[in-house]
Unconditional design. Structure first.
Ligand code: SF4
Length: 262
């Protein structure tokens, strides 16, 4: 069987809470996030994606198994190739590795099936809120997506999986006070849903765009909302902390790249 991927990194130290992982980029995604810098992977560009035999992936996993602790799949959206995803996680478990998925949480039934089979140890996701601004979907679809996101967070709580929850930080001045108020309500719902999860890593994730990152799906959107300054990051932290009893936030690894406001 083949899987559409954009690449494999044999050893990564930044994808799973500082633990060494072998990371695989799955191609294809069902969202259209305007700030997506992996949009060629998401849209399965021929120049970016290729078909790999699962046997090649297994060989890479087995070769890395003495130096990494996790197999991490990201994308794109890995649940779009569910059969291959499950088989890769089953193989990883068979050689004694832990498993991690970076998902947009739009496919709760797939995540539930993997969780029931004890195939996911760590799940990373973004709070794409407000969903119509962040997902690039029409409002009705974006709101349906949000319900799937919350359903997935409930599953994470029920199965007590290690969770990395990334909170996108924008230029809040451009977002406007009404949307910031609505963002607070979405955050409140997400953070109250994960109360009780034993291990949560809350990450403030400044959304980047040109000139810091060239390749984004929608440069116009990014010139308006992306590359926040320190004041925006402080505002995001101030929004999050009162909403989550165990809040202790950190900045995403690439945050050092952001341009600070004067
Ligand atoms: S940011 Fe993630 S979820 Fe959004 S389009 Fe890109 S790959 Fe898909």
């Amino acid at each position: 069987m083949k899987v559409q991927i954009a690449g494999i990194k044999d050893v990564s130290l930044i994808d799973v809470c500082g633990e060494p992982s072998l990371t695989i980029w799955f191609c294809g995604c069902n969202l259209k996030c305007p700030y997506c810098h992996n949009w060629r992977v998401a849209e399965v560009f021929e120049s970016t994606c290729y078909s790999a035999e699962l046997s090649e992936i297994y060989f890479a996993i087995e070769s890395a198994s003495s130096i990494v602790d996790y197999i991490h799949v990201t994308g794109g959206e890995p649940t779009e190739q569910v059969v291959q995803l499950q088989q890769i996680f089953e193989f990883a478990k068979s050689v004694g590795l832990r498993t991690s998925i970076n998902t947009n949480c739009s496919n709760p039934s797939t995540i539930e099936s993997l969780l029931r089979k004890e195939l996911v140890d760590h799940l990373a996701t973004d709070v794409k809120a407000p969903p119509d601004l962040m997902t690039g979907l029409p409002r009705d679809e974006a709101l349906r997506y949000w319900r799937s996101f919350i359903k997935t967070l409930r599953l994470v709580r029920e199965h007590d999986v290690i969770l990395e929850l990334r909170i996108p930080v924008l230029k809040y001045g451009a977002v406007g006070s009404e949307l910031v108020a609505s963002l607070k309500n979405y955050l409140m719902e997400a953070l109250s849903t994960i109360e009780g999860v034993s291990k949560v890593d809350l990450v403030l994730n400044p959304i980047l765009g040109p000139p810091v990152v060239d390749s984004v799906r929608n440069p116009e959107w990014c010139s308006k909302y992306a590359v926040p300054g320190m004041r925006d990051i402080e505002l995001a932290e101030a929004l999050v902390k009162p909403l989550y009893s165990r809040a202790s936030t950190r900045l995403a690894q690439h945050a050092s790249l952001i341009h600070l406001s004067p």
